[in-house]
Design a protein around this ligand. Structure first.
Ligand code: NAP
Length: 264
């Protein structure tokens, strides 16, 4: 079985949920990355207060493991993205960034009746514009990694972008699952993220950078809710296996946790 041996990983939204569990399982993997860049954001001073200790677990991991770095990154703020790139560049030096996981995201339960322009824009900004501009900003570091590692094939060990998307972003499957989750902003944003993922794969093939859109399952997190059938541990252990198995055959695909292709 292929093993994930990526030298460096950056994860957006790593203070909780799937992002935090990714940090934990990467630390405990057979060959942990030499550097884990775990990012978090602080939206406003009032929110920071409200989210007292919101980074406690991540902080503990960073204190315990010198290769875990906490980096501030608000995916909706270009100045924050720029600062994060500078910080990551200083940490990684000439080796570049091997794996970028665009995980940060927000939900909205707005229906046709309740949806507002603001709902649409906020969700689109975080779930689509954010990952795209984060990828654009980290691209020089991904290219550096792709050039530095003398591997013929594309992989997450070399240089890759993983966009954490959702089944709800499948237009085909919405004929079956729309009624159970009529969430307009979220669905529309994940459709657009899927397209971004495909565009990136076409754009970056020549640089040997892989790009995939991955549905992590319906998972017990703040976003997925308690009724979700899958634990965050199971979702992420499957994600880790999937990342290890990805190759040039997968770039541009929309995949589930088992590596099966999902319909757009
Ligand atoms: N859970 C599911 O069932 C499920 C299903 C399909 C897809 N997904 C996708 O999986 C990804 C992770 O979701 P999750 O379930 O782990 O949700 P979660 O527990 O709500 O975590 C979302 C993360 O994104 C961060 N975030 C939100 N806005 C941000 C911004 N502007 N800049 C940087 N970070 C930001 C959050 O930070 P704060 O908490 O500090 O705001 C949090 O760390 C999302 O893209 C989601 O759409 C989840």
């Amino acid at each position: 079985m292929a093993m994930l041996k990526t030298p460096s990983v950056l994860i957006s939204g790593a203070n909780k949920g799937i992002g935090l569990e990714l940090v934990k399982q990467l630390i405990n993997s057979p060959v942990p990355p030499a550097q884990i860049l775990a990012t978090f954001w602080q939206s406003s001073p009032t929110q920071v207060k409200a989210k007292d200790n919101f980074c406690q677990e991540l902080e503990a991991l960073a204190n315990e493991h010198s290769f875990v770095w906490m980096i501030e990154l608000d995916v909706t703020d270009s100045a924050s993205i720029r600062r994060a790139v500078e910080r990551v560049e200083a940490i990684l030096g000439s080796s570049g960034l091997n794996l970028l996981i665009n995980n940060a995201g927000i939900n909205s339960y707005a229906t046709l009746k309740t949806v507002t322009a603001e709902d649409m824009m906020v969700v689109y900004q975080t779930n689509v514009v954010g990952p795209l501009l984060v990828t654009q900003a980290f691209l020089p570091l991904l290219k550096k990694a792709a050039q530095t590692l003398d591997m013929e094939k594309m992989s997450c060990n070399k240089a890759a972008i993983v966009n954490i998307t959702s089944l709800l972003g499948s237009i085909t499957l919405s004929q079956k699952n729309f009624r159970s989750a009529p969430m307009y902003p979220y669905r529309l944003s994940k459709v657009a993220l899927n397209m971004a993922s495909m565009c990136l794969s076409e754009d970056l093939k020549e640089h040997q950078i892989l790009s995939v859109a991955v549905h992590p399952g319906w998972v017990q997190t703040d976003m997925g809710g308690e009724e979700a059938p899958m634990s965050v541990t199971d979702s992420v252990s499957n994600l880790m296996k999937l990342f290890a198995s990805l190759s040039e055959c997968d770039t541009g695909k929309f995949l589930d946790l088992e590596g099966r292709e999902l319909p757009w």
